[in-house]
Every structure is written in C-alpha cells, then in structure tokens.
Ligand binder design. Structure first.
Ligand SMILES: *Cc1c(COP(=O)(O)O)cnc(C)c1O
Length: 435
C-alpha cells in the first residue's frame, strides 16, 4: 500500500486523515471500507466522493520534492514514490483503487492495470527471461495461453502444464520436468479453469514448490482468481503469492469497463510496479473511478448472483433436456474436487457450464430463444450472459484438445447476474422448450 500522503502531492504540509479500519477491537469488513477507505474529502474541497483526476502530470512543491519522488520511482531509494509524479506511474484514483483492492484479501499491495491481459503480460515480462520455464495449470484463459506459448515462446521462454485438477504427485512431476528444462521462473495457475470448472489445489502447489525450491530463490505462484475472487476464494491464504484479476468481470461487474489487477505482497509486486512504470499498462483515472463505484456493491452483487446461480442450477439439473450442469455447488461428495472446494472456496460462484442433450443445433436453439439472458461472452456482470464456447471463445482450439477439455458442441456457458431468480428460471424454462 502506498503512503496516503501521495494523494495531496504535498506530503509534509497536507497529510490526509488516515481511514480507520477498526473500531476498538472490532475489525471493519471490506464491504464497509469500500465506501471511503483511502480517500480524505478535506483534500478535495470536501467532496464526499473522489473527483476524477484528469491530468497527465503533477506539480512538485519544490525541486527537492521532485528529486525525492523520482528517487522513489526509479528505485534509487526503497519504499516507492512519496508523491505523485506522472500519470503513467500513478494517480489519485488508481491509488485509492489499489488501496481498496488490498482489503478483500488482507494483502500488502495491489496494482491496477488497463486490462486483465495487460496485468498478466506485465507480470510475465517482470518474472521471465529467455531460457526460463513457466509451469502452469491447464487450461488457461485462451489469451493467456497464447501469450505464454506463442508470444513469450518467440523470446525463448519455455512452458509446460499440468491438468488443473492434478494431485500433489502430478504437480511434483511437472515441476521436476520444468527444472530439467531450465530455470523455473514462475508457477502460473487459474482456478477454476474455464470452461471445465476444475479447481486447482493451491495448497498442494505451494507445498510442491516449497519442496522443490528449498532456498529463497523460489519461483512465485501467481493465480488468476477472476472467476471466484475476491469474494469466494482468497488463494493468498492457501500459499499463492500473487492473485490476478480481470477486473472487467465481477469487480467491475456492470459490463461497462475493461481493467485488470494484481494483489499480493510488496516483495512480489514492487518489481511489477517498476515494469508497469516503464511500459505504461496502468488503468486510466476514469476507469479507476468507475471501479471504485463498482467495489461499493461488490459484496451485494456477488452474493445475489451466487444465490441466483444456486437456484437456477437446481432448476436446470432436474430438467429432461439437460444432460449435465457443471457447477461448483454440485461437486460429488468425497471427491478430490469437493475436498479442494471445501479447503479453498466459500461460494460456488455464478458462472457454470450447461450441457444440453444433443449438439450445436440444440445449444443454438436454446441461446436464440433467451429473452432476459443476453447472448454474449464475458461474465460477472449484473446481467445474465450465455454463450457457446465451442463455436465462440474456443472456436480456434484444435478439435482434439476441445474434446479433452469437454468443450463439446452441446455446451452452453452461463454467467448469472442479479436479476430476479424466478424471472431467470422462467427464461431458461422457455428457452428449453424451444430445444
Ligand atoms: C476475461 C479474463 C481474462 C482477461 O481479462 P481482460 O480484462 O479481458 O483483459 C483473464 N482471465 C480470465 C479468467 C478471464 O475471464
């Protein structure tokens, strides 16, 4: 977390009032702190809400201040910048956003980015160099796979993967194979995987990493927590070092912005901040401001969407035209996946896979008959979305791999929103009639 005095631009003269995070011994919850944490109205004309700071650069009070701030920016002096310098490095709206993002996971630091992919790209560029190996769970978000395999591949970075649901032994074996090929620079996870919904055992990955790298030259573990975070899964608690977000999804939550975030300890995020400063992948002030508004209702939105999804899935599961519902709330008792779920998750989310009886014809008939749910890719918005991965997001995946991942023609991906659940069930019931 950066010094709040940065927001004034004149740290010695106008120190902001610190935001309380406790009342006596009572610790305040993130959903309460989202309304004001990290912003002092008295520094902005008493404005209850932070203004949008549309400026490219910030005025220094003295030349000595400018020098000191630059020493922080360039890493000449530890501790980061003491004041705001230039909007490619940071701004008040982005700093408040970053401070608030830390709260959901009790993390030291957060960084905001212009998209989920720019967050992932900046992370990878920070930690890998030619000859290194990235060990990752598979499948990953398609663009992340492209970035690791095709783009970093051009720069001589190698990769290998293990299946998302892998056991400790399988993870050990993957890391050992990685070590044979080069320096393992990063372990990159995504859980649950899309569209298989397989959860990664983060505790097992952390134990395997620690066993394989007993010294302090350990590759960090980063995990894309977009589907369940920050409400239903907090992988930093299971041993991950960095959580990765497409803030476009549940955090933004209204399908009206694109942004990304990284959350974790200062040790792991500081080098990424330096990379971001250099290449300029920070989000803009307007997007940061919209995210501040979104975070105020994050807990409400995600809770309602999660409750709705439970009701809708219960309905779909019993329907005669439905083959299977791939929903984290329906994991088989006693299975390994159910065990990971119990240890890692506090909710089943609101994004799931619906397998209809039949094939593409049935899936398309269903999608074309929806009246409330919109036919669009993406997830985590207030409105319910549905799409056909085999024909859309995963169209370019080779048939063999599609088969292995269960991306069949009868698969419909659904992200449930915050509508009235009975209306959603009526919509799905009607659409199933058309199948
Ligand atoms: C959408 C998404 C991304 C990419 O995020 P953008 O904000 O679109 O760049 C990465 N990972 C997952 C799991 C996603 O769903």
């Amino acid at each position: 977390m950066t010094d709040e005095s940065e927001m004034s631009g004149a740290p010695s003269k106008r120190a902001p009032k610190p935001s309380p995070t406790t009342i006596g011994n009572h610790k305040l919850a993130p959903e309460t702190l989202m309304m004001g944490y990290g912003f002092d109205p008295s520094l902005s004309e008493g404005s209850l809400k932070p203004p949008i700071f549309l400026t490219s650069t910030f005025v220094f009070q003295t030349a000595a201040d400018g020098k000191r701030f630059f020493e922080g920016i360039t890493g000449k002096r530890p501790g980061g910048a003491e004041g705001l310098v230039y909007s490619r490095f940071n701004g008040p709206n982005q700093e408040i956003l970053e401070d608030r993002l830390t709260l959901w996971e009790d993390a030291e630091e957060a960084l905001a980015f212009s998209s989920g992919m720019s967050a992932i790209a900046t992370l990878l560029m920070t930690y890998v160099q030619p000859g290194d190996v990235v060990v990752h769970s598979g499948p990953l978000y398609a663009a992340t796979e492209t970035l690791i395999a095709k783009i970093l591949g051009k720069f001589g970075v190698k990769w290998l993967d293990f299946p998302s649901g892998a056991t400790r032994n399988e993870i050990d074996a993957a890391i050992a194979r990685g070590k044979e090929q080069g320096r393992v620079a990063l372990i990159y996870l995504e859980s649950p995987a899309n569209p298989t919904n397989q959860l990664v055992d983060v505790e097992a990955v952390a134990a395997a990493r620690d066993a394989a790298f007993p010294g302090d030259q350990r590759p960090p573990i980063a995990i894309d927590n977009t589907f369940l975070g920050p409400l239903w899964a907090k992988p930093l608690d299971q041993g991950a070092d960095i959580t990765v977000y497409s803030l476009t999804k549940y955090a933004g939550g209204h399908s009206d912005l694109v942004a990304g975030g990284l959350v974790g300890s200062k040790k792991y995020l500081d080098p990424i901040r330096m990379m971001r400063n250099t290449i300029g992948t920070i989000c803009d002030p307007n997007t940061a401001w919209m995210l501040l508004r979104s975070l105020e209702t994050l807990e409400l939105r995600m809770s309602r969407a999660g409750e709705n999804a439970a009701k809708v899935c219960e309905f779909l599961r019993g329907h005669e035209k439905v083959e299977q519902v791939g929903y984290l709330g329906f994991l088989e008792e006693g299975s390994r996946q159910a065990d990971i779920y119990r240890r890692h998750c506090t909710g089943a989310g609101s994004t799931f896979s619906l397998y209809l009886k039949g094939g593409e014809r049935e899936a398309f008939a269903f999608l074309d008959s929806l009246k409330i749910a919109h036919l669009a890719v993406s997830l985590g918005g207030t409105e319910t979305l549905a799409s056909a991965p085999a024909a859309m997001t995963h169209l370019s995946v080779p048939d063999e791999r599609k088969q292995a991942l269960g991306i069949t023609d009868n698969l419909v991906r659904i992200s449930i929103g915050v509508e009235n659940p009975d209306d959603l069930i009526a919509d799905f019931e009607n659409a199933l009639r058309a199948v």
